[in-house]
Design a protein around this ligand. Sequence first.
Ligand SMILES: NC(=O)c1ccc[n+]([C@@H]2O[C@H](COP(=O)([O-])OP(=O)(O)OC[C@H]3O[C@@H](n4cnc5c(N)ncnc54)[C@H](OP(=O)(O)O)[C@@H]3O)[C@@H](O)[C@H]2O)c1
Length: 293
Amino acid sequence: MTTVAFIGLGVMGYPMAGFLARAGHTVRVYNRTTSRAQQWAGDYPGTVWPTPAEAAQGAEYVFACVGNDDDLREVACGERGAFAGMSRGSLFVDHTTASANVARELAALAAERDIGFLDAPVSGGQAGAENGALTVMVGGEPDDYERALPLIDHYARAVNRLGPVGSGQLCKMVNQVCIAGVVQGLAEGLHFARAAGLDAEQVVEVISKGAAQSWQMENRYQTMLAGEYEHGFAVDWMRKDLAIVLDEAQRNGALLPVTALVDQFYSEVQALGGGRWDTSSLFARLTNVRSFD
Ligand SMILES: NC(=O)c1ccc[n+]([C@@H]2O[C@H](COP(=O)([O-])OP(=O)(O)OC[C@H]3O[C@@H](n4cnc5c(N)ncnc54)[C@H](OP(=O)(O)O)[C@@H]3O)[C@@H](O)[C@H]2O)c1
């Protein structure tokens, strides 16, 4: 059994750290809002530390799952960040959805201290984290990947290394590009079905058996038709991710016209007050637009 630290006990990090603790590892946690860390320590065996640096002391592995690039910099290489407490030869595994650039930047800083670094963003959402069934996309050195794999396996259904540091984040960007287009297509399909006077539920029951089927269709059409969006993956997070994607595309030359448009549509959902709504709320925007016609 291993000593590990986990930084960031949000919707995703809380259950992920829990799987490590339940597997018998010694888990040292840090969360910016201390009450949340104390709640975690009530649910799982583990100790609460006041800074990332202190949580990281004596840990062979330090996991993080925070919000964005700046949050990650703060908990990794800030004044009281984890790097300051990590020993030579230890490994930092970042599960935040962040840019490939920040992954490379932090990996270089970690290397100066003889610390390994993996970027390892996840997909599968809250349910995937709570059920230990996440998909994990990893970038980094093969040796670091091999030694982190048995730990990541505690909360993952699929773990893959895509290439050097940054590759995990680039793979996650592809994931978000694919989701953006599919959700908008589904929203438009349901919108059209209603406008055409069809029973939209029946339409989905029919077409979900064929080529139009998707995870979004299977899992979201009922809540979309019911106008329920208080669940799932928040629009604010999606906009953060799409900003990362569009920035990367400016550098690598990829053409993402639909992604850019859907990003604008999400800004309209935010203006409707839907920043915390699930990404399927693109349908709410269509309903709203139509009511102003
Ligand atoms: N939710 C999903 O379905 C999902 C799916 C895939 C990927 N992700 C990605 O996973 C990451 C975490 O998502 P989440 O849903 O767990 O978010 P969340 O519930 O908002 O949790 C964010 C965590 O990061 C901490 N944090 C944020 N900024 C910080 C800072 N500057 N210093 C220290 N701690 C900080 C927060 O601490 P406090 O408790 O103090 O706020 C909290 O523990 C994001 O990058 C997200 O895009 C999320």
